[in-house]
Design a protein around this ligand. Structure first.
Ligand SMILES: Cc1cc2nc3c(=O)[nH]c(=O)nc-3n(C[C@H](O)[C@H](O)[C@H](O)COP(=O)(O)OP(=O)(O)OC[C@H]3O[C@@H](n4cnc5c(N)ncnc54)[C@H](O)[C@@H]3O)c2cc1C
Length: 405
């Protein structure tokens, strides 16, 4: 396992100065400070500075209480080591009115406009393939290629985290023109050559044995793309998608969980964070980035060299953990899938997710969310919190992002 990091010590993050609201059940009126009103629902709201979260959790447990949700309160702690603050009723009202400010993970600066559907399927942009190369090394499984298309003849532009549509030539088995397929953009808005005139993709060629006939089948669009040669034309639509946008906030922490080609949007994020320098005068990433990457074998690690170099160059900001299923074992002796790696770091991830500036992104194989939920449920349970509820809160705060296919 590649593991770069000295990063992610909670003490070096800005959120140690934040307040959180614990909603607690099971406390009787005489077991808590008399100023804390028991609400009609039977719960109590207790405001806790980040620095005392664990102690307060233990105190509540020792009083027989149970924390059912934790939410960021929006305000800063008045003094770094102040005691847990209990709320009076008006303060509680203010905290609930503060919902907007709880979503502080989102940017404050001038927002970049997110372009959508500049080109539609009826009138796609025709771009030329300028470069295409293999991403799977010798001995790896399947075919996956990085490819770049020239956009200089039109006005297609995009931001990190969006997708484009590709309309493959030819007809489907009903004689109708082939429909578009979506692909996550793997380059930053500036393109791989930083000239703002290209878009790149990371495409796996779909190949499988037909379950009835046993015949070898190749996917229509992925085969078309993987077989391209420089100079070939490609019909492009879009861009589309707002689910996977990278926060403009330079202080955001970004947890990325990828399987296979799910790495595509994260390549774009990481290039923007660490490789583009002066090209982004108003984006100077100061948060922490943590990538979990699940692949079957070492030769299948897409963009391996660049990822590892980035992690080596930015050990305080970028952490990289692989789950190499056919080479590594999970603690039960089975294959190491992404959910096992998440489980290994679940406590740390849980802690990082308490920071309202932390965004979590999942991209890749459909179905990968289940194992991730399971791993994080266990971490939440250790804090007597409910993972489902907490994940819903993050989703509402626009800091839980999933794109699987
Ligand atoms: C938002 C989004 C982003 C995406 N990003 C990427 C990306 O970055 N890179 C990437 O490579 N792909 C990506 N995809 C997937 C991509 O859109 C296509 O679905 C994929 O390339 C397959 O298309 P195809 O035309 O080659 O296959 P098709 O010819 O359309 O064949 C697919 C069909 O084959 C059948 N099939 C597939 N596997 C099997 C099997 N094992 N057994 C039996 N039948 C099977 C299913 O019916 C399936 O619908 C993304 C999808 C979405 C929705």
């Amino acid at each position: 396992m590649y593991n770069s990091s000295t990063a992610f010590s909670s003490s070096n993050t800005a959120y140690k100065n934040r307040l959180f609201i614990y909603e607690v059940t099971g406390l009787s009126q005489n077991s808590v400070d008399t100023k804390v009103p028991i609400r009609s629902s039977g719960t109590v709201l207790i405001t806790v500075p980040y620095s005392r979260m664990n102690q307060e959790m233990r105190r509540i447990n020792s009083l027989g209480g149970k924390v059912i949700s934790i939410k960021p309160a929006g305000g800063d702690v008045p003094a770094p080591d102040s005691q847990a603050v209990t709320q009076s009723a008006p303060e509680q009202k203010q905290a609930s009115n503060n919902k907007k400010s709880m979503t502080q993970a989102t940017p404050k600066k001038t927002k970049t406009e997110v372009p959508v559907n500049i080109y539609r399927p009826k009138d796609p942009y025709i771009g030329k393939c300028t470069e295409i190369y293999d991403l799977v090394d010798e001995g790896g499984i399947g075919t996956c290629r990085h490819m770049t298309f020239d956009l200089s003849g039109g006005d297609l532009h995009y931001v990190e985290g969006q997708s484009i549509g590709i309309v493959p030539p030819g007809e489907d088995d009903k004689g109708k023109p082939n429909k578009l397929r979506l692909y996550s953009i793997a380059s930053t808005r500036h393109g791989d050559d930083l000239e703002d005139k290209t878009v790149s993709l990371c495409v796996r060629k779909l190949e499988y044995k037909h379950p009835e006939t046993g015949e070898h089948v190749e996917g229509t669009c992925s085969s078309f793309l993987c077989n391209l040669k420089p100079g070939d034309d490609v019909a492009i639509t879009g861009p589309v998608g707002k689910e996977m946008l990278l926060p403009e906030d330079e202080d955001a922490n970004v947890i990325m969980i990828a399987t296979g080609t799910g790495i595509a949007p994260f390549r774009a994020y990481l290039w923007r964070m660490f490789l583009e320098g002066d090209k982004n005068p108003d984006y100077n990433f100061k948060g922490q980035a943590w990538l979990f990457f699940g692949i079957p074998t070492t030769p299948n690690i897409l963009y391996k060299e660049q990822l590892e170099k980035m992690a080596a160059d930015h050990p305080d900001q970028f952490r990289l953990d692989y789950a190499i299923s056919r080479e590594q074992q999970n603690p039960e002796g089975g294959r190491m899938y992404i959910q096992h790696r998440i489980a290994e770091h679940a406590d740390k991830l849980w802690e990082l997710m308490q920071n309202p500036k932390t965004h979590t992104y999942i991209c890749g194989l459909k179905g990968m969310e289940g194992g991730i939920d399971e791993a994080l449920s266990a971490a939440a349970a250790k804090h007597d919190a409910n993972w489902e509820e907490f994940r819903k809160t993050m989703k509402k705060e626009h800091r839980w992002h999933v794109e699987t296919y």
